[in-house]
Design a protein around this ligand. Structure first.
Ligand code: UFG
Length: 338
């Protein structure tokens, strides 16, 4: 059985869809602070918080057949992490320490961990491969890099096998339109653009037009959420067949500027995206493009949806059916910090 920590979030809920399709037995662990119960679509869940070690002990006690853990339960806003680093270190790093300790007590030694391109910081070259120097420019990136290092120590000390998947820009949604991206507050480019076009928020700001890129706006590598989910499944198979710890970068290997994404969005949704040029957002590197050669070589991973129009049209499918998002109100959770 797979324990999906943070399964009610954007990436986690797409993972659940794939696990259901593959008949993989699983249980979600989520505090529902940011995640949505409606995103579970029938997957079973256990309400708990990573920052409370007892919650973790209880879930492993209740489900002694858990053999693999996937972790998606991080705070992900780069800007917020600068303003509130404590929140990020408690959840993103100390929370994972609680998780791997609980795994150790439960004798579970397989983990798939959501890492990020943010661990690399300002790129020294692109595409960014796994060997690229790691020098995060935000507390968010620091917390994820710290976990990668912690997992190496747990591997050496306790035999924990962990696959760290470093996502570039996760985007799109399940083509069914049933689940999608709904963050509070929403800060990611594609949903922000769609919500501005729908009149659900004011004209969006283009953060910086003087970068050394094709049109002066930042270039990013947008990778379909289902392609990310598939990489997790490959990681589970690797770990279950006795595979050792690995690190992989996950992207399409192709970059698009902010303006190119906005133009594609307008074309796909057939509406203008109200936008204004604004200043640079602190901490944004000019260009981030992944090299995913290693995971394609090792496991044959290949994006099924590399095309930006497809990625945007799947995101659109979700938003036009759910202009208010999931419409639920995340629970008021009392988080105990021990
Ligand atoms: N952007 C705008 N206006 C907006 C929102 C975004 O111009 O309203 C721009 C950003 O400046 C950036 C690009 O659109 O150049 C993409 O921004 P996102 O916020 O969608 O994504 P980021 O590239 O900042 O961050 C994403 C993840 C992070 C992860 C990072 C790693 O959200 O968690 O990729 O590459 F760390």
């Amino acid at each position: 059985m797979i324990l999906v920590v943070g399964g009610a979030g954007y990436i986690g809920s797409h993972m659940l869809k794939l696990l259901r399709d593959e008949n993989e037995e699983h249980i979600v662990f989520d505090n529902f602070e940011q995640g949505h119960r409606d995103a579970l679509l029938g997957s079973p869940s256990f309400q708990g918080d990573l920052r409370n070690p007892n919650d973790l002990l209880r879930v492993f006690e209740k489900h002694p057949d858990i053999d693999v853990v996937m972790h998606f339960a991080a705070y992900i806003s780069v800007g917020e992490s600068v303003r509130e680093p404590s929140k990020y270190w408690h959840n993103n790093t100390a929370g994972v320490l609680n998780l791997v300790d609980a795994m150790r007590f439960a004798k579970v030694n397989k983990l798939v961990f959501s890492s990020t391109a943010a661990i690399f910081g300002e790129p020294q070259y692109v595409p960014i491969d796994e060997e690229h120097p790691k020098s995060p420019t935000s507390p968010y990136g620091q917390t994820k890099l710290a976990v990668e290092k912690m997992l190496s120590d747990f591997d050496r000390g306790y035999g924990l096998n962990a696959v760290c998947l470093r996502y570039f820009n996760a985007a799109g949604a399940d083509p069914s339109g049933q689940i999608g991206e709904d963050h509070e507050p929403e800060e990611h480019l594609i949903p922000v653009a769609i919500l501005a076009a729908l009149g659900k928020r004011p004209a969006m700001k283009v953060f910086g037009t003087d970068y050394d890129t094709v049109d002066g706006t930042c270039v990013r590598d947008y990778v379909h959420i289902l392609d990310l989910a598939k990489a997790h499944l490959l990681a589970v198979r690797h770990l279950r067949s006795g595979g050792e710890s690995r690190h992989y970068n996950l992207g399409n290997g192709k970059g698009f500027s902010v303006r190119q994404v906005l133009d594609t969005t307008e074309k796909v949704i057939g509406m203008p995206v109200p936008r204004e040029d604004g200043p640079r957002r602190p901490g944004d590197p000019a260009t981030l493009i992944a090299s995913s050669e290693k995971i394609s070589r090792d496991w044959g991973w290949k994006p099924e949806y590399p095309d930006l129009e497809t990625i945007v049209s799947h995101a659109w499918e979700w938003h036009r059916g759910h202009p208010e998002g999931y419409g639920d109100h995340p629970d008021d959770v009392v988080v105990s910090r021990k």
